[in-house]
Design a binder for this molecule. Sequence first.
Ligand SMILES: [Zn+2]
Length: 62
Amino acid sequence: MTDTTSSPTPPDTSRPGDQVPPGTPGAGDNVCPRCGGSGLLAGSACPECAGSGHVTTPIGGG
Ligand SMILES: [Zn+2]
């Protein structure tokens, strides 16, 4: 009983721009519409995709 911090392990990819949680059925990794997939915005890491250039969005929309 030495585990005082029993917080669940978060997914390795957590980005503000993710519209759905990773692993959601019907969702996929798409190019970040804000930075165009470069991961950079005005010389800094894109806040939408956290600099990854991709965000998880549901499939079926536009
Ligand atoms: Zn981005």
